[in-house]
Write a protein that binds this ligand. Sequence first.
Ligand code: UDX
Length: 440
Amino acid sequence: MAKIAVIGSGYVGLVSGAVLSDFGHSVMCVDVDQKKIESLKKGVIPIYEPGLDAIVEKNMQMENLHFSTDIQSAIEDNDIIFIAVGTPPKDDGSADLQYVLSVAEDIATHMQGYKVIVDKSTVPVGTGQKVKRTVREILDKRGVDYEFDVVSNPEFLREGSAVYDFSNPERVVLGTESQRALDAMIEVYRVLYLNETPFVTTNIETAEMIKYASNAFLAMKITYINEIANLCEKVGANVQNVAKGMGMDDRIGNKFLNAGPGYGGSCFPKDTKALATIAREHDEHLTLIETTIQANERQKLRMVDKICAAMGDLSGKVIGVLGLTFKPNTDDMREAPSLVILPELVKRGAIIRAFDPEGTKEGGWRFEDIEQHMTFCDDEYCVSQEADAVVLLTEWNQFRSLDFDRLKAGMKDNYFFDLRNVYEKCMLEKHGFRYYAVGR
Ligand code: UDX
């Protein structure tokens, strides 16, 4: 059993801490936010993530998992310290490292012996060395010479299936500079090691790069199929069948080939921008990634153009929107396509009626007065009341089996825009809808 402190109890920290405690380790999750820690101590989880509450409750009962605001004790009492604080984007697209480096300072200030310092946050290449320098400088100032190692251990969690992903990863990436740290990390992930999960052991910089290169590649793959979808619409091809045919080639793979309104979330938009910035700082241009970022922005607006092309002038038209979050099974609104698409619809004169099972109306809309043009409904059938069109924007399961007669009953007109390609044209037409999809 390892003694682990996880500093930062946000999305990554909380999931990592909870599952590591479930692996049998003793885990102390720390956060500066007193209110958050108080509610976590009562078993109240601040984010919507399926399965997380159950393992938090179980491991709190077994006393494997604890929550605290006392960073000093957490550092003194534990051998392995995970840094899982935020790295929000700065105006220039680069990642803001102030929270990561401030935790490094805390660790150096309070450590009394050997520590393994693990970077779990997604950080630019070179951060591991910055953390190392920061810790060394403070130890020097303290006049002590404790040994420590820095490890890069990027996470590949998908929101909505984060607990599963952490417990069943396709690989564990460990960037280390010493055998001692590597042995400690293999102990942390012993359960996975025994399961024969592949371990990629490498240096710190390579591990940091694996994370960015993976996320940017996936963002590029989605953008590629989105552009192919746009072309399919022009030439009369069906993008779903194109993706199926492409995906059967193992070299391409069938995942992440679903065309839609553009990728969002807390990772792809941020990581693609950060990677492009890292490249520019090193006098390199990642042209594919820079184009991906631009094409993804265009894709969101293209959805609005699609709606306008079908419906004409949107002035006074009522549009019912199903789903606001960037993907299903999360309450996360960060960089959700809805944040661009809905204000644009409103700008063009539309009135919105929206429903999302978890997404909030405080989501961060781009212009303030959008709320005057938007009603938040209590369920999926309420959005279609007096509506001219229904737009399926996020593919929550409950939108996959709609009662179309009920949906259509209160509508003024009969447009249905399926921006996630959930349904078939013939099915919707049978129920009297005019159906539009993406790339079909
Ligand atoms: C992603 C990565 O998958 C994960 O490995 C990393 O650690 C964090 O970022 P996440 O942001 O939770 O995870 O969501 P993901 O399921 O990857 O979807 C990202 C976005 O791409 C969503 O907006 C989704 O709707 C979109 N997407 C995904 C598509 O439009 N088409 C696809 O085929 C797949």
